[in-house]
Design a protein around this ligand. Sequence first.
Ligand SMILES: Nc1ncnc2c1ncn2[C@@H]1O[C@H](COP(=O)(O)OP(=O)(O)OP(=O)(O)O)[C@@H](O)[C@H]1O
Ligand SMILES: [Mg+2]
Length: 445
Amino acid sequence: MTDATVLNALAQALERDPRNGALWIHYAELLVAAGRAEDAASALRTAAELSATRKQALGKLVPLLREQGKLAEALIRAEAALELGHDPQLAREIELIQALRGAPSEAPPATQPSSPPRAPAATPRPKAAPPSEELAPAEIAPEPLADDEWASQFDWGDLRLTFADVAGLDDIKRQISLRIIAPFKQPGVFEAFGRKGGGGILLYGPPGCGKTYIARATAGELGARFVSVSIHDVVDKYWGESEKLIHALFEHARRSAPTVLFFDEFDALASTRGRESAQFFKTLVDQLLQEMDGVKARNRDVLLLAATNVPWNVDSAFRRPGRFDRVLLVTPPDKAARESMLAERLRALPGGEALDVRGAVEKTELYSGADLVALAERAGERALERSLASGKVHRVEPKDLERALAQSRASTLEWIATARNFARYANEGGQYDELVDYLKRIKKW
Ligand SMILES: Nc1ncnc2c1ncn2[C@@H]1O[C@H](COP(=O)(O)OP(=O)(O)OP(=O)(O)O)[C@@H](O)[C@H]1O
Ligand SMILES: [Mg+2]
């Protein structure tokens, strides 16, 4: 078998078995050998989300990211890996990364605007690793396309979510209602208070806690089209043509308004400093700022949301008034939200409505929404296995939920540990006050 055949076979196996961390790692190793470092990194990121292979995957991801010049992510991942246990090799990696960033090794991670340069990626990129089981934005085709055709690929189907589908996050819903929905639905009332529409909201927080979900629900509330763009993909796959494509994207959004334009992985625009990449990023950032300012002047019906796990890597130019001037923390679900999420997921399974979820709710503090979805799925799998073995439908039992609980953990902890560093050492202008309050509330300060 050729390398390509082996890689294809593995990609197919991973689509069938996306929770197989060991397979993701093997896949990543072959991708590295095939010179596809970018795709290897994305496979390792997936393996790092799975608790069984988290440590091993992070151990391989960190040097790979360093070699690619993705120093901020490398550092954050290295620190996350160290949380799982001391490892001299990782400690050396951190020193190396700090040296490359030009920061003293015991200092907290550097803040804006001193983000590290990102290494330029070759264009066009080969097809990315198969998506993980999480909802992913529409895949961007690697071949060059006519701009408009390219832009139209980002449309998601008309899966309509509304705020009622989003458990908890009441404050975020209120802020989105006030700043995005109200100016669109009742411009007269809004203006009577001397308020102008425009500008967007940047959502940040640990993975899996509903940033993308609530952005989609915002579009659902408005009956608007939802266009989701991974900035990471734009930067990595369309190196050199990105700013043209950003323009096409906005034009497309304006034409099909009302549109919620959602920029995911917004931090991928980070690099404003550095060598060969500096000019590229500057042009891209300028283009995006220009389009955003244009949105305000020319088209009120394009509504902007963005999300990131690493707000400390987002260029501060984006936070000025009229741009993403509200930066909101999307936290893991509280007790009530966990209860409603778990109950709802279990209700869909045979016998699920009879299960008492209160015990599980107590044991799932800091679980993300995605962790809870996985927990319910895992409980269901056990009943499914019994059913397949006997040929009859078996109900999900309390013991299935207990076992699933025993095998799971909150995936937000490494993010929380990293975020605490930024909140402690890089809270200029009180930008992370909300995070500080939250960390105190959950006793992680
Ligand atoms: N508040 C919530 N209410 C209902 N479901 C939720 C909520 N939060 C998360 N989920 C579930 O978890 C899944 C993952 O959430 P989502 O993709 O929005 O996370 P995210 O914050 O965008 O994560 P990432 O940072 O990895 O992009 C959702 O598809 C949804 O099923
Ligand atoms: Mg998301």
